[in-house]
Design a binder for this molecule. Sequence first.
Ligand code: SF4
Length: 268
Amino acid sequence: MSGTVAEEAREILRSARALVVELGEEGVEWTADAREAAAVRSAGPARPAPGAQASVPPPTAPVAASAATAPRTPGRDAPRRTLESVREDLGECTRCRLHEGRQRIVFGDGNPAADLLFVGEGPGEQEDLQGLPFVGRAGELLTNMIEKGLGLRRSDVYICNIVKCRPPGNRTPLPDEVFACRPFLDGQIDAVAPRVIVALGKPATSLLLGRDVSITRVRGTWHDYRGIPVMPTFHPAFVLRQYTAENRRLVWEDLKAALARSREGAPQ
Ligand code: SF4
């Protein structure tokens, strides 16, 4: 075995061991079937009524990939909400059952005028304890990708989740939970008005695209959410679980494409 291959194998083993520990600690249940089913249920209307139930009808219409070039709304220079006002509206939210088990609301983190906005699924154990998104092992990988890969500081981008409270056992959020929290995700997107949204994983991508998606099929392709280009890619937790050179390469490609697009037409 060559030195390079041996080091690669050691790296994979290290990551696998760490992941097993982390998943055990966080009680993660990464069953593909559950994720598939939940993501279908998670996609919903743009502005659901708080407290809407699981029987709420499904998703908005699919978004054509060509819509990625449509004018963005409300526009970076237009008057818009602030993150502070969205957070104020959220308050000590009890709009869905997820408030019952949370330690902290995990609202979001980063530059309030970021060009790149990352959306994940929901807080895990560390996020719940610290009140910050993506600070566990998956968050460490995401931060490394942003800082070492893209050459940005984590504080240059904005990071948030579909739901702001940790689902018990890190399960996928239920439809009524997603519906209750979605206005605040939309508020964050309106406030930040990013040039590009990076959707991390299937649930976030399905929600933003308004339809159930196969993340393997749609990652790396451009879509649109309310006029903002969306780049879906694998969730960092998936990359940790499937720590292959190919998966890392694909995520790098997606993130580099997102960064390049976010810089198109931007002041130098
Ligand atoms: S997940 Fe969202 S809607 Fe539900 S309690 Fe938490 S902040 Fe409120």
